[in-house]
Unconditional design. Structure first.
Length: 379
């Protein structure tokens, strides 16, 4: 079961790591490995959400999502999108950016370093909005209850996430943007650039979120219409048109999943800039991670267990929040790539360990309840 589901992911991992060693030695190997783990960690909640929707689709649309969808996810968002970010930020053509990354890495590194303040502001704001919207939502399951309960109450205030994000951006542009880090250890005043890039990141998040909400609403409308048509057909004794209606609903599911998947992939792509500016290593690491996310989605669907480790989603979002703040700080200060990567791994590991402890405690409580029931019944 594991080999069948994750076989392609294992193969891509082996090829990607070998390519990393050939490209940049063991240092590149380590960076690609960290990027892969980071992508998997940040996208675990994506896999869970995808699996919850994918299990409602028939075999045909599941295959479409896992074939065409993987092309969009891996080649579109993980390979092309980083090139677009660098090209726009460094004011280069896409072909020129790729050629420069492969032929003159020193010059490419200089351009990316000089463009880093705008990349960091854009990505930091996008990631920060993901984190804020998560922690301000009132959820049934809470990991760090002492923190999440009061934040959930504050979340009832309209537009609180946007207000906090704008305040953080204003502070970052004023203090970090005024002394933005440039190549060679120099600093430059990029307050305006940081502010405009941060606003662009905020707008991008709101557009992606709006599209996701639109497709989700369309999906709910189609499901409701399908249900009404089935009830009407049953009353009139006519054959049901469930296949056609299921096709419409599945089509909107597919569109919704692709927008949702794209929105989740932003955090991995943007977060990768906090670890490396090398576009080749970024593509290898994120591509490997994306394959595992797809395999994990299939595994969760086939196993039928989507919430065994309930705190992993929390850990992933706290990792997103940490990356957001790190990106904003790196506008002025350099932070070691290894430290950045390990923060996400530690948070995910902590949330996984907490989930395991919760499951054991629930199992023990159920065992005690069964014992009491047997005693009270005289067995």
């Amino acid at each position: 079961m594991v080999l069948k589901t994750f076989g392609w992911s294992f193969a891509v991992t082996a090829l990607g790591l070998v390519a990393a060693v050939l490209f940049g030695g063991w240092t590149a190997f380590g960076i690609v490995a960290i990027l892969s783990i980071l992508e998997i960690s940040l996208s675990f909640d994506n896999a869970v959400v995808n699996a919850g929707i994918l299990k409602k689709m028939n075999a045909f649309w599941q295959k479409i999502f896992l074939t065409i969808g993987i092309l969009i996810a891996v080649f579109g968002m993980r390979l092309i999108f980083p090139v677009v970010i660098v090209a726009v930020s460094a004011q280069l053509g896409p072909i020129e950016a790729v050629d420069l990354a492969l032929s003159d890495k020193d010059r490419y590194q200089e351009l990316v370093t000089d463009a880093h303040p705008s990349i960091a502001a854009f990505g930091g704001m996008f990631l920060l909005m993901i984190f804020l919207d998560f922690i301000f939502e009132d959820r049934d399951i809470k990991w760090l209850g002492w923190l999440e309960r009061p934040l959930a109450k504050l979340g009832k205030i309209d537009m609180l996430s946007v207000c906090i994000a704008l305040i953080v951006l204003l502070i970052s542009a004023t203090f970090f943007g005024a002394h933005a880090h440039q190549h060679g250890g120099a600093h430059a005043d990029k307050t305006e650039t940081v502010f405009l890039s941060g606003i662009a990141g905020l707008i991008t998040y709101m557009i992606v979120g709006g599209l996701s909400g639109f497709f989700e609403d369309k999906l709910e409308e189609e499901e409701e219409r399908e249900h009404e048509e089935e009830e009407k057909a049953t009353r009139e004794g006519k054959p049901k048109s469930a296949i056609a209606l299921a096709g419409k609903a599945a089509f909107f599911m597919f569109l919704y999943l692709e927008v949702l998947d794209a929105s989740f992939s932003f955090d991995g792509v943007i977060g990768a800039f906090a670890i490396t500016n090398d576009i080749v290593l970024m593509a290898l690491g994120l591509g490997i991670g994306a394959m595992y996310v797809r395999s994990l989605t299939v595994y969760l669907v086939r196993q039928g267990t989507l919430d065994d480790y309930v705190y992993l989603e929390h850990g992933a979002h706290y990792a997103i929040g940490a990356l957001a703040m790190i990106l904003l700080v790196t506008i002025q200060y350099e932070i070691n790539e290894i430290v950045t990567g390990l923060i996400g791994v530690v948070l995910i590991g902590w949330s996984f360990w907490s989930s395991v402890r919760r499951n054991k405690a629930l199992a023990a409580a159920e065992g005690n309840a069964d014992t009491k029931t047997e005693v009270s019944s005289g067995v």
